[in-house]
Design a protein around this ligand. Structure first.
Ligand code: U2P
Length: 259
C-alpha cells in the first residue's frame, strides 16, 4: 500500500487534472455552467416605438391602433449572480411549429418592436422568438428543457405580474409630458412584486423593466446595478404609426429589406 506521503502528490495531481477539465468558467467539457436565477425582461413600446424609422409587417410598432400600449416581453433570461449570463447553450434550431398554439398570444404579448430579422445562435437569422429561444431558452435547463416550455412558462410568468397595471394604479400613467421619480416607480413594483426590479432607460425614458426570480419562480431582487436612468424618468405614451397614420411620414419596407 502506498504511504501517506506518496498519496498526497497523487491527490494534488488528480485535483489539478479535474480543474483543467472544468475550465475557468466552471463548465465541464466546454458546456456553460447552470444559471443562478431568471430575469423576465419587459420592453416599453412607448419608448422603443418612438425611435422607429422604418415600418414593416413584423414590427408591432407599425400596427396603428393595434400597436401594443402595455409592457411586452423581451425575453426570459437565465442569469448568473456575477452579472454575466450563459448564452446559446446547445444546438436546438427554433421550430415555429412547436409553438403554433401560442402564436396569437406571442404576437400580442411578445412581438418584435423592430424591423428585420434577429441573429440566432445556430441558424443565422430568424424571428425575434428564434433569437430568444436559441440564445436564452437553451440555457434554462434544468428548469426549462424545450422550446414549447420556454414560451408557455414565460407567458405565464408575464401574465402573473402585470407591471403596466401596477404602475398605472400607483399613478404612473403613460404620458409625453410628465416626469416620474425613478424611486417611486421602483417602490410601486416592490410593493406589489415584493422584490426589487431593474429599470433600464434610453436617455430619460423607461425602456425596459426586469423582474427577477429564483429558479422556482418566486420573486427575488435583481442585481443592484448602476442604473442607466436619471432620478426623474418618463414613460412615453404610445405614438401610433400604422399604415393609415404614417404612410407619408415613415417609409414602409419589406421584412427582407430590413436585414
Ligand atoms: O442589455 C443589452 C442586451 O444584453 C442581453 N442581456 C442583458 C442582460 C441579461 O441579463 N441578459 C442578457 O442576455 C440582452 O440581449 P438580447 O436577448 O436582446 O439579445 C439585452 O438586450
Amino acid at each position: 500500500m502506498a504511504s501517506l506521503s506518496a498519496q498526497i502528490p497523487l491527490c494534488l495531481a488528480l485535483m489539478m487534472a479535474a480543474c483543467l477539465m472544468i475550465g475557468i468558467n466552471g463548465s465541464i467539457d466546454g458546456a456553460q455552467r447552470e444559471f443562478d436565477y431568471f430575469a423576465l425582461s419587459l420592453q416599453w413600446p412607448g419608448t422603443i416605438c418612438h425611435k422607429t424609422r422604418h415600418c414593416c409587417s413584423s414590427n408591432a410598432c407599425c400596427r396603428g391602433s393595434n400597436s401594443p400600449t402595455e409592457f411586452t416581453i423581451h425575453g426570459l433570461w437565465p442569469d448568473y449572480n456575477d452579472g454575466t449570463w450563459p448564452s446559446c447553450c446547445y444546438r436546438s434550431q427554433f421550430d415555429v411549429k412547436e409553438i403554433s398554439t401560442l402564436l396569437d398570444a406571442l404576437e400580442k404579448y411578445w412581438p418584435s418592436l423592430y424591423c428585420g430579422k434577429s441573429s440566432t445562435c445556430f441558424s443565422g437569422k430568424g424571428l425575434f422568438w428564434a433569437h430568444e429561444w436559441e440564445k436564452h431558452g437553451t440555457c434554462s435547463s434544468p428548469v426549462i428543457r424545450d422550446e414549447y416550455s420556454y414560451f408557455i412558462t414565460t407567458l405565464n410568468v408575464y401574465f402573473k405580474y402585470n407591471v403596466t397595471k401596477i404602475l398605472n394604479e400607483a399613478g404612473y400613467a403613460p404620458s409625453n409630458s410628465e416626469r416620474y421619480p425613478l424611486g417611486g416607480i421602483v417602490s410601486a413594483i416592490e410593493n406589489s412584486f415584493r422584490a426589487t426590479p431593474e429599470v433600464i432607460c434610453s436617455k430619460e425614458a423607461v425602456e425596459e423593466i426586469r423582474l427577477c426570480f429564483f429558479k422556482d419562480f418566486k420573486p427575488r431582487n435583481c442585481l443592484a446595478s448602476k442604473t442607466s436612468c436619471p432620478k426623474y424618468v418618463s414613460l412615453p405614451a404610445y405614438v401610433s404609426m400604422g399604415r393609415e397614420a404614417s404612410e407619408s411620414e415613415i417609409a414602409w419596407i419589406s421584412d427582407d429589406e430590413a436585414l
